[in-house]
Design a protein around this ligand. Structure first.
Ligand SMILES: NC(=O)c1ccc[n+]([C@@H]2O[C@H](COP(=O)([O-])OP(=O)(O)OC[C@H]3O[C@@H](n4cnc5c(N)ncnc54)[C@H](OP(=O)(O)O)[C@@H]3O)[C@@H](O)[C@H]2O)c1
Length: 327
């Protein structure tokens, strides 16, 4: 397992991170012995970064992860996230503190390693999204919590409206961010092709890396669509909402199949492996999260990490596929 530094924080994280979210769902809907074994196996494989959030299973993921890590006495890094309801945004500082204390209680810890604001950001408040301007008081409170020793690093969610996300990055105070980077939407890591049909993240990863902000990549398997199959694991979420790709999951699966040449020509054993290796090969990403429904998926992710980046000659053909998505 490779280890990378999370931006300027000095924290070393494994290149492959364990996603404890709802899509893979193991830490939310799995049987306790199965989730415990998966966490234990991840640690054996060298995974040292575990990503959870208050929202995952309404606190269930934090509670399960906390219990398992206490049982295993494992010295790994834990990131969690606080999400503010629209009504809480006017007194964001108090809400961030309240949610942080609740997360620490569920995790059974005095502090975490990374504490993120989970809200998507936009030019203005809308639905569950915070306005970019709301992130300023959130940042001040997270900084205070950091000084008080409740978290070692602080971050935000680089999702929502691209311009708003860049505006928040421009505040300069966050140590880390999470954002989407995958074979269907690589725009956080390279210029969008002409006519590219999905959200353009405007090379967010490169800009973050240039200013020393750590990047944790999410959706590297497009929520599972990059398996190339619409079939869902029973532990996984039955219906996956897409993020920054096509409007529906079936369309993402169809787009994913355009990368089948990688398997047919022997560059990768599966599309999922190719997708993981693509993200792991991107400079500026500290940890690539994978959501897993089973121990087998975790093993496959670790095997993909061990294989290293995809061959440059294969990657050179991706632009043609991305241009094709526009048609
Ligand atoms: N910051 C945020 O707002 C945010 C948003 C989303 C996720 N996250 C984080 O990112 C983590 C990853 O989740 P994600 O939503 O981004 O999902 P993802 O990792 O892109 O996809 C996970 C899905 O991929 C499929 N999969 C995994 N390994 C596979 C393999 N070897 N072969 C075939 N299919 C495989 C599984 O589908 P099946 O279940 O159908 O088998 C699994 O549910 C989350 O746990 C969370 O920690 C953060």
């Amino acid at each position: 397992m490779q280890y990378r530094t999370l931006g300027n924080t000095g924290l070393k994280v494994s290149a492959l991170g364990f996603g404890c979210g709802a899509v893979g769902g193991l830490l939310v809907r799995g049987e306790y012995p199965a989730m415990r074994r998966a966490v234990e196996r991840a640690i054996e494989l060298g995974v040292t970064y575990f990503d959870t959030a208050a929202m995952y299973g309404s606190g269930q993921s934090e509670a399960n992860l906390g219990a398992i890590l206490r049982e295993l006495s494992a010295p790994v890094l834990v990131g969690t996230k606080v999400n503010l309801a629209p009504a809480e945004l006017d007194a964001a500082g108090r809400a961030v503190r309240r949610h942080t204390e609740a997360s620490l209680r569920r995790l059974g810890r005095d502090c975490v390693d990374v504490l993120y604001c989970h809200n998507f950001v936009g030019p203005r408040r809308q639905g569950g999204w915070a306005a970019a301007a709301d992130l300023e008081p959130v940042l001040r409170t997270l900084e205070a919590l950091q000084r008080e020793g409740k978290t070692r690093a602080i971050g935000f969610n680089g999702l929502g409206d691209s311009q708003a996300v860049h505006q928040v990055l421009g505040l300069g105070g966050f140590d880390a961010l999470q954002t989407c980077y995958n074979l269907l939407n690589p725009t956080a890591g390279q210029a969008a092709s002409a006519g590219y049909p999905f959200q353009d993240f405007g090379q967010l990863i490169d800009r973050a890396a240039a200013q020393g902000t750590g990047v944790v990549a999410i959706r590297v398997l497009a929520g599972g669509a990059l398996s190339g199959s619409e079939e869902r694991h029973p532990v996984g979420t039955a219906q996956v909402g897409t993020i920054s790709t096509a409007a529906d999951y079936a369309a993402d699966v169809a787009s994913a199949r355009r990368f089948s040449f990688l398997v047919q020509e022997g560059h990768a054993e599966s599309l999922a492996e190719a997708a993981l290796r693509f993200a792991l090969g991107k400079a500026g990403i500290s940890s690539v999260l994978v959501g897993v429904s089973s121990l087998e998926q975790l093993e496959a992710a670790a095997q993909a990490e061990a294989k290293g980046p995809l061959p440059a000659a294969a990657v050179a053909r991706f632009d043609q596929v991305w241009q094709g998505l526009a048609v």
